[in-house]
Write a new protein. Structure first.
Length: 282
């Protein structure tokens, strides 16, 4: 395995804590996330045509560093639970930035409908995940049975994406069967599915994230659903667009090729862009 070149001026953010099931050879604090939108490789991520499970894995693989600056095996990211992959995306979105993610929402109260913005704290997200992931298993009490399930992973998402399900109920049934850890896999009852889905959401809170938000206009406090994965991917797509725009500006001003542009360290590119802006304003 080749060592990755040392990147100066990378403002690394700690990688979210790994679940027990996938810790393997990575000690606590051994992994970190670098900001997305700095290097030529970041332009190779196709946000528009890549299936979401593959896209998330590509982003995490692209931006994860280990203590020895070596490439982290892609297998790790596929084996992470979906909620943990979302937590990683949120941390990646905030790499080198602040501690809160701004989220715009519209009040669902028909008499109001005002738009406003809230901030989601990455520290609060991490604490929420830590509490929810206290156990690797999710146990659901159903009639006289206790069903034990594991959380879905990126690999599960990819397999389900390729599945051929006739309707939502068939899809949910197949997904639950995949996740059951004990002998009840073959005795799964359809009337259990809704309860199982609710329990899985409760124990993986970032997958279908809900937040009670007080509207500053009408002072109602509705429960708002936020797709944290989509929110993160939109922000990372914008970072890629900014990188593309900066490359275009440097190419137009200095007549450099793309290869020449990305041979310059990202912090020096930022200095050149600042000089171009200063010339423009003189």
């Amino acid at each position: 395995m080749k060592a990755m070149p040392f990147r100066q001026h990378e403002r690394l953010r700690p990688f979210p804590s790994l679940p027990e099931a996938v810790k393997g050879r990575y000690a606590p604090g051994a992994l970190a996330l670098r900001p997305f939108g700095l290097y030529e490789s970041d332009l190779n991520v196709d946000f528009d045509r890549t299936p979401r499970p593959v896209l998330v894995t590509q982003l995490l693989e692209c931006c994860t560093r280990d203590a020895r600056k070596e490439k982290v095996e892609q297998h790790l990211f596929w084996q992470l639970p979906v909620g943990k992959r979302i937590e990683c995306l949120l941390a990646l979105l905030l790499s080198g930035a602040g501690a809160e993610i701004p989220v715009a929402f519209r009040c669902p109260n028909p008499a109001c409908g005002e738009s406003s913005e809230i901030g989601i704290s990455i520290e609060e997200i991490a604490a929420l995940q830590e509490e929810a992931y206290a156990s690797d298993r999710v146990e659901v009490a159903l009639d006289n049975e206790v069903l034990a399930l594991r959380r879905p992973t990126g690999s599960d998402q990819l397999a389900w994406l390729e599945g051929n399900f006739t309707d939502r109920a068939a899809a949910l049934r197949a997904m639950v069967r995949t996740l059951i850890l004990d002998v009840h896999r073959d005795t799964l009852r359809d009337e259990w599915l809704d309860s199982i889905e609710e329990a899985m959401e409760e124990h993986d809170p970032l997958v279908n994230f809900k937040l009670r938000v007080k509207c500053p206009s009408c002072e109602s406090a509705p429960l708002v659903r936020i797709d944290l994965a989509e929110l993160s991917l939109r922000g990372l797509r914008q970072a890629q667009r900014r990188l593309l725009a900066s490359a275009h500006r440097l190419a137009s001003h200095y007549h450099w090729s793309e290869q020449q542009i990305f041979a310059v360290p990202h912090w020096r590119r930022a200095e050149y862009l600042s000089l171009i802006e200063n010339e423009k304003n003189q």
